[in-house]
Design a protein around this ligand. Structure first.
Ligand code: FES
Length: 178
């Protein structure tokens, strides 16, 4: 995943700040990772490397830890975050089909974020709305009975949102330059 403009600087200063306010020992590694993730929204490779050198531990240990605990996310969040429920009730009625449909439409696999950071796709355990199965959570809103056709509809809504936002932005710029 490419870093966006100014992101590397932001990552480095975030890690520096977190490390300067934390005891620099190995036992403190998880709270440090949690703080960095809370600030940046994810744990970039650069942050993990910097933490490794700050704590004087091998970077491989930090990568291992971050991939072991699923509280840590290694990809930046997408602007449109889609979580597909893979609990039993949802899986039984096509949760996996909904997930595949999103993967195809977004051009990414679950657990990934698109290069332009527009879309993030994850699988999650039961979200507690089994009667609406198959369920997806879109930008924190629960949506039920998600068929592949509905996936197409959701993706069109995202595309429309983006077009509208781009048009509003352009209008704002034109207005500002008059
Ligand atoms: S299994 Fe999907 S909401 Fe319960």
């Amino acid at each position: 995943m490419q870093y966006v403009e100014g992101e590397k600087e932001e990552i480095l200063s975030c890690v520096e700040e977190v490390l300067s306010n934390s005891a620099k020992d190995r036992e403190n590694l998880i709270p440090i990772l949690q703080k960095v993730q809370a600030r940046l929204g994810y744990l970039p490779t650069l942050a993990m490397e910097k933490i490794a050198s700050g704590l004087n531990v091998p970077a491989a240990d930090i990568f291992g830890l971050a991939t072991f605990y699923n509280q840590f996310r290694l990809n930046p969040p997408g602007k449109h975050e889609v979580k597909v429920c893979m609990g039993t009730a949802c899986y039984m009625v096509g949760g996996d089909i909904a997930l595949e449909s999103f993967e195809r439409r977004m051009g990414i696999k679950e657990g990934e974020t698109s290069e332009d950071r527009l879309y993030g796709l994850e699988r999650v355990a039961c979200v507690g709305c089994c009667t609406m199965a198959p369920v997806v959570v879109i930008n924190e809103e629960v949506e039920g009975k998600v068929t592949p056709t509905r996936v197409d509809g959701i993706m069109l809504e995202f595309e429309d949102m983006e077009k509208k936002e781009a048009a509003d932005k352009q209008q704002g710029e034109e207005g500002g330059s008059q």
